[in-house]
Design a binder for this molecule. Structure first.
Ligand SMILES: Nc1ncnc2c1ncn2[C@@H]1O[C@H](COP(=O)(O)OP(=O)(O)OP(=O)(O)O)[C@@H](O)[C@H]1O
Ligand SMILES: CC(=O)N[C@H]1[C@@H]2OC[C@@H](O2)[C@@H](O)[C@@H]1O[C@H](C)C(=O)O
Length: 402
């Protein structure tokens, strides 16, 4: 038998595993690395984050990814090279981190790598009847396993699609296993480049658990902050706070079929990008708004689409379960203009950050991929019923170290 199969068999039976989760999201800000100690599996999963860091991407690397990111036409050679380069760099950064944390690679059971999404195309978006839902993440896991000497799971989204999902959001699985709490209805709201949420009933009934993307989180804010100030984002929402919301532009921005589609649904910067904003400006005759007003309007757009999606989703759950506490995470949770607007738009809900639940909001997605890998090797298959968007499958492909 391949000794690495034996190794997987052994680690699947351990009461506790040490797993590194890696996340590089749609914001292209860097690689999140979370070293986790995970006990149990399924609803009995507990996680302790031993170390967390973000390795920022330098401008050259960002531009190199942007050349293929969410673009219909790309240089295919560049895409092919990037698949290997991202895998290798991510692997090297993990190895560097382990050295700086004085954690020997042999003490880590698995790496769980999300990779870099370069294109996301659910059927509702591409509208080509002969093609299924589709998504593409690059940064091959074989390089990570080779660079780190640790068995690596990667490419998590394809099995979700193969079983009828759109390949996202995947956070729902880990959210349910790690953050469910009997007696408290919870919404776990993550605001990265794109925003999404998970509804967790206080009844703990897995067949009621629900997830969807809501639309843009920070992606448009970042694009215009970069254009106007040269900085990567609108720090603490300062530009937005100084501006006035343009009502006609806001109406035009909210006028997209995505917002009327039934749940669950997913999207990405393929739809919500600067071209989308320019088009909305033309339709609403609001070209040439000052930077502050544009940022104020775009921040309100993100907040309003998030709040509307949560309200609509809650309208579908039994009345007794509609009172929720919303736990915010992702970079958008650091933007007070965004968070305060969402709070004002959802007066029936209470609010907190996931940090209150023991996992820092910036680390959450990386941690949740570690939980998915834990489930793939040690889970016994929790059933989420027939609920759309949450197929009852394990996820992740295995890369051996040699
Ligand atoms: N102090 C801050 N003020 C305003 N925005 C901030 C602040 N800190 C972080 N952000 C925002 O958070 C973003 C990074 O968020 P995050 O790392 O959660 O995104 P991501 O994981 O790439 O996205 P996704 O979840 O869509 O894949 C930054 O690009 C920025 O927009
Ligand atoms: C295809 C893809 O990479 N989607 C991301 C993106 O970023 C946020 C949102 O859109 C979410 O659906 C997903 O990531 C998180 C980690 C998820 O799958 O839960």
């Amino acid at each position: 038998m391949n000794p690495q199969l034996e190794c997987l068999y052994q680690l699947a039976q351990k009461p506790e595993r040490r797993i590194i989760g890696l996340m590089s999201g749609t914001s292209l800000d860097g690689l999140d690395i979370a070293l986790c100690r995970i006990t149990g599996s399924g609803p009995a999963t507990t996680v302790v984050v031993e170390q967390f860091t973000t390795i920022p991407y330098d401008d050259t690397f960002k531009d190199s990814i942007r050349a293929v990111f969410a673009k219909k036409q790309v240089d295919f050679e560049h895409l092919t090279l990037l698949n290997e380069q991202i895998g290798r760099r991510h692997g090297q950064w993990v190895a560097d981190c382990l050295r700086s944390w004085s954690v020997p690679a042999e003490t880590v059971d698995l790496v769980a790598s999300h990779g870099q999404t370069v294109y996301h195309a659910p059927r509702k978006q591409h509208q080509r009847p002969d093609y299924p839902n589709a998504t593409l993440q690059i940064g091959d896991g074989d390089h990570i396993a080779a660079e780190t000497g640790i068995i690596t799971l990667s490419d998590f989204r394809q099995r979700h699609i193969a079983h009828g999902g759109e390949g996202a959001p995947l956070a729902v699985y880990g959210d349910y296993f790690v953050f469910s709490q009997a007696g408290e209805n919870r919404v776990l709201l993550n605001m990265g480049g794109i925003a999404n949420f998970t509804y967790l009933p206080g009844s703990l009934d897995a067949s009621v658990v629900f997830t969807t993307d809501t639309g843009p989180g920070n992606t448009l804010l970042d694009a215009y902050a970069r254009q106007f100030t040269g900085k990567p984002y609108d720090e603490d929402g300062q530009l937005a706070a100084a501006g006035t919301i343009s009502a006609p532009l806001l109406t035009a921005l909210l006028d997209h079929p995505f917002f009327g589609q039934p749940f669950p649904k997913t999207t990405g910067p393929e739809v919500f990008n600067t071209g989308y904003v320019r088009d909305a400006q033309q339709r609403s005759q609001t070209d040439g708004l000052p930077a502050e007003d544009l940022l104020a309007t775009l921040t309100r757009f993100s907040a309003e689409s998030i709040a509307q999606a949560i309200s609509k989703a809650l309208a579908n759950v039994p009345e007794a379960d509609r009172h929720v506490r919303i736990y915010m995470s992702g970079g958008g949770a650091h933007n007070p203009v965004l968070t305060q607007t969402i709070e004002a738009l959802l007066p029936g809900c209470t609010f907190a950050k996931t940090d209150e639940l023991g996992i820092a909001g910036d680390a959450k997605e990386a941690v949740l991929f570690a939980v998915l890998a834990n489930e793939a090797v040690a889970g016994s298959g929790t059933s989420f019923g027939e609920r759309q968007g949450v197929p009852s499958v394990s996820m992740g492909k295995i890369s051996f170290t040699k």
